[in-house]
Design a binder for this molecule. Structure first.
Ligand SMILES: Nc1ncnc2c1ncn2[C@@H]1O[C@H](COP(=O)(O)OP(=O)(O)OP(=O)(O)O)[C@@H](O)[C@H]1O
Ligand SMILES: [Mg+2]
Length: 607
């Protein structure tokens, strides 16, 4: 029953049936009431008209004041006449008429051999005072109802001389009303059943499309937007079905657009060269791209807290309400290498004020940071390198001023030192100038084809004397049939001088230095300068081409080095489209390699 009430169709059936039942009941009760009143009024009227018919002859008889028996005879006669008339007219025979005298004793009765004759009619006695009165009596023994009509008979002096008492059974009337009631009940039952059937049919036309729409909505909630509700009518339900189909189509379009937008966004995010993270207002990650994961070196799950993912220094308070910038140093794979990230956190606002989260854009600024650090180191190095000789010169000059100038031996020694230091400064400055020109690509390269012999033989000769003095064996080996290389002769001399002088500087007596030229590939000649000197520790090899980098600063400086030679050599070799690298074994020896383009490769171009 309860289940049925959850169903619209049955709700309608029950509600409408109850409505019809109540209205039929109301109408039936009112109708039967008025019918009963009509019938009883009509009945009383018929009794009244019989009494009226009797009243004048009876008054006459009673006024005559005859003896009791005579009066009785007269009244009996009239009653019989009336009964005869009634039977003739087919009027009811269930009527009992009694004529009473002025004392209320029954003179005669329409019922033959009535036991009431000669007895006092107490019911009529009680109704005295009014000319006529009616009431209904219920017989205690049978439970039947009787309509009573009492009419007083008066003489001209308005004295009561008798009474007409009529009593008629109400059974026939009740039977009639009962029959009509039954008829009403039967017809209303039929109406009720017919209405219920009609309502079932009608409600079905409403509930069937509603059921379909419900099914469709459930399918839509599960992501299926392709089904349509059948439109069967043009009424409100039909319009609802049509609107629903329209809604489904619209949603389908909107969703596919959404999907497209999402894919676009994902492609943009995936192809960005910056890392992107977005969080909700509490700082939980809701969007990420693969770049961030690469930068951080670990997987990020949506829902992770931003603070746990990025090692930030500043404490961000969520929701963030202003743009915040921070540099974050990461060590993704190896603790010795670093990665510098510039993170910009921008609040996301909905409408004017509501803060719904933040977007973090992470840019890799490691190169910039490295350059910045190099620049700072460079400035510090330059200042240091210039200050050292200057301090020396200044202290010697002061010593001369303080009297050393008057001691010719010491004075000339001091002046020599000052001169050497000044020369060192001049060389440093000219090296720096050359590097700065190379950096700015302002150096002019006069590239000409030249044979390897012409390039290397003079170097060999320049250094053979020094090597002999230091007891170092200097060798030169050039492969046969090497093509010509296209180089700026002066600059190449500078490169070779620096590399060979390094080898000489860092090779102790009885060592050897070998200058060698071979064909490395079809377009390049490879020149190597190998020594059997001190060698270079592994961790320093990669940094040798950095400006001012020296393995052992104190010793290098005593040997006259500033640490710029290899940087200049690298710039020059690169300007010739060549490569330069160093292989070294600590305490075994070092080999510096570089390649130079042959004529066909360089194509005679000047830079
Ligand atoms: N053949 C080598 N053997 C051992 N160490 C070397 C050798 N060549 C270079 N080095 C190391 O590399 C460092 C850098 O060399 P580079 O030529 O750039 O500077 P430098 O020789 O010290 O000074 P500069 O050449 O400017 O006078 C040197 O200080 C030295 O420590
Ligand atoms: Mg050098």
């Amino acid at each position: 029953m309860l289940q049925a009430f959850k169903n619209l169709q049955w709700k309608l059936v029950v509600i409408f049936s109850l409505l019809i039942l109540i209205s039929v009941q109301l109408i039936g009760v009112t109708f039967l009431n008025s019918l009963q009143k009509f019938y009883s009024d009509d009945f009383i009227n018929s009794l009244r008209s019989q009494a009226n018919l009797l009243s004048s002859p009876m008054t006459q008889v009673l006024e005559e004041n005859k003896s009791l028996t005579e009066t009785k005879k007269e009244t009996d006669k009239f009653l019989k006449q009336l009964l005869y008339l009634n039977t003739k007219n087919g009027t009811t025979t269930t009527v009992e008429i009694e004529i009473l005298d002025d004392q209320g004793y029954v003179l005669s009765s329409s019922t033959e051999n009535s036991k009431n004759i000669g007895k006092k009619n107490l019911r009529a006695q009680n109704a005295t005072g009014k000319l006529d009165s009616t009431f209904i009596r219920r017989d205690r023994a049978t439970g039947k109802d009787y309509q009573i009509y009492i009419k007083q008979l008066e003489n001209t002096n308005q004295q009561r001389i008798g009474t007409i008492y009529i009593e008629a059974s109400l059974d026939p009337i009740y039977a009639k009303i009962r029959r009509i009631g039954e008829l009403l009940f039967r017809s209303s039952s039929v109406t009720l059943v017919a209405t219920a059937i009609l309502i079932i049919l009608l409600s079905r036309t409403i509930t069937t499309p509603l059921k379909e729409i419900t099914q469709q909505a459930t399918a839509m909630a599960a992501g299926d937007f392709n089904q349509q509700v059948a439109v069967k009518s043009d009424d409100e339900i039909g319009r609802l079905a049509r609107a629903f189909n329209y809604l489904a189509a619209h949603l389908r379009r909107a969703l596919s657009q959404n999907e497209e937008e999402r894919e676009k966004l994902e492609t943009v995010l995936a192809n960005m060269s910056d890392g992107v993270l977005a969080t909700d207002h509490k700082g939980n990650i809701i969007v990420k791209n693969s770049w961030v994961e690469k930068m951080i070196g670990s997987e990020i799950k949506l829902g992770d807290r931003l603070k746990d993912v990025l090692p930030m220094e500043d404490n961000i308070v969520f929701p963030l309400d202003h743009v915040h910038e921070e540099y974050i140093e990461l060590h993704p794979n190896d603790p010795n290498s670093f990665m510098m990230i510039k993170a910009t956190f921008t609040p996301i606002k909905r409408g004017e004020k509501e803060l719904v989260g933040l977007i973090a854009v992470l840019s890799d600024v490691t190169e910039e940071e490295k350059l910045d650090r190099q620049r700072k180191d460079f400035v510090a190095n330059v200042s240091h390198e210039l200050r050292t000789p200057l301090t020396t010169i200044k202290s010697y000059l002061e010593a001369l001023k303080d009297g050393a100038i008057h001691q010719p031996d010491i004075a000339s020694h001091f002046l020599n030192v000052a001169d050497t230091e000044a020369e060192r400064m001049a060389r440093l400055i000219s090296d720096l100038l050359q590097l700065s020109r190379l950096d700015a690509r302002e150096s002019y390269f006069d590239k000409q084809p030249i044979t390897i012999e012409h390039l290397l033989q003079p170097v060999y000769e320049r250094f053979s004397m020094t090597c002999k003095q230091k007891d170092i064996a200097l060798r030169l080996h050039i492969d046969d049939g090497l093509p010509m290389v296209v180089v700026d002769r002066d600059k190449m001399d500078q490169v070779l001088d620096n590399i060979v002088s390094n080898a000489v500087k860092y090779t102790p007596a009885s060592g050897s230095i070998t200058i060698k030229a071979i064909q490395s590939d079809s377009n390049m000649v490879q020149i190597s300068i190998a020594d059997t000197g001190l060698g270079i520790p592994k961790q320093d090899i990669s940094r040798l081409f950095e400006r001012f980098y020296r393995v052992d600063k104190a010793r290098s400086r005593t040997l006259g080095g500033t640490g710029l030679g290899l940087s200049i050599a690298q710039e020059i070799v690169h300007s010739h489209n060549g490569e330069i690298w160093i292989e070294s074994e600590y305490e075994q020896g070092t080999t510096v390699f570089f390649t130079l383009p042959t004529r066909s490769e360089a194509n005679g171009t000047d830079q």
